[in-house]
Design a protein around this ligand. Sequence first.
Ligand code: P6P
Length: 333
Amino acid sequence: MNSQEKITLGSFLLKKDGARLDPALNVLMTRLAQAAKTISHEIRNASISGNLGMAGGENPTGDEQKKLDVAANEIVLETFADSGRVAAVVSEELEAARCLDTAYPDSYILCVDPVGGSSNLDINGTVGTIFSFYRRKRTGRSQDPLAELQDRLPIAAAGYVMYGPGTILVFTGGAGVNGFTLDNRRGEFLLTQELIRSPARGSYYSANLGKYGQWDPYIRKFVDHLTGKDLASNGPYSLRYVGAMVADIHRNLLEGGIFFYPEDEKNRNGKLRLLYECAPMAFLVEQAGGRATTGRGSILDIRPESLHQQVPIAIGSPFEVDLYEKFCREGGE
Ligand code: P6P
């Protein structure tokens, strides 16, 4: 099947059975794809346009901002500013939510990490965008996006863009997970991975082992189990760690395994942010038959306390995530 025979994102979004997206989300996913194409272009040309390196500031959780973090955030805001469908944007790069005018009764809150894994940018590594659209219960301009998000709004769509050897868009509208690849010649995202399903178990684990000494003992015992150091182990897993959540989770989604970023002695809530990293990825992975936990409960059950709330996460194939929870529950005994 060549490029001309593959289904474009636009055609997919119009098919009710395929995407089961309501018309508003079709508009939003089309705009999301447009933002992704622009961000992809900026990333791939950054060393030529002088867009690598530090921007000089920090994001709300203290990460140093790269120029492309700031640029990608602006691209997202510009793309949705006049959509009339997004009442607020919660971004890793913005302290407060950016409230926008809405023109329709059905409107959404967009939570987004414009460029995740930006420490990879200057070394030509893989990075990604993570997004989720929450369907509001209210209409008109949002007075308090966090209060709205605390009212257990349904996630209408969530997913990620991965800027690797190819630029891919993987998302769910609540009826399965589908993957699209950007055909740069046509400027179209084409359906390349239909109804992605998480393997029941895998052979990879993804974690920053540099923090092994700061993890709680039961996390260290879980790692020892995965690496075959204890008798009960069913053989060593291979470590794959990119340092970009999108890339690490994408591998485990396709080939099976687990990504985890636990709490540690310095960060009792872990590092990754609930609203624009953990919850979108949890929604997507669970749609594909995987699991996502803090170690003691489902990521998707967490009521956000703040826009940049950090939570521990373990996400991936059911077998490994269940095992992770067992070690957390039993203290690794
Ligand atoms: P560390 C990128 O900064 C990020 O938010 C995620 O995309 C990634 O999984 C994690 O942090 C990497 O963190 O501490 O291993 O560099």
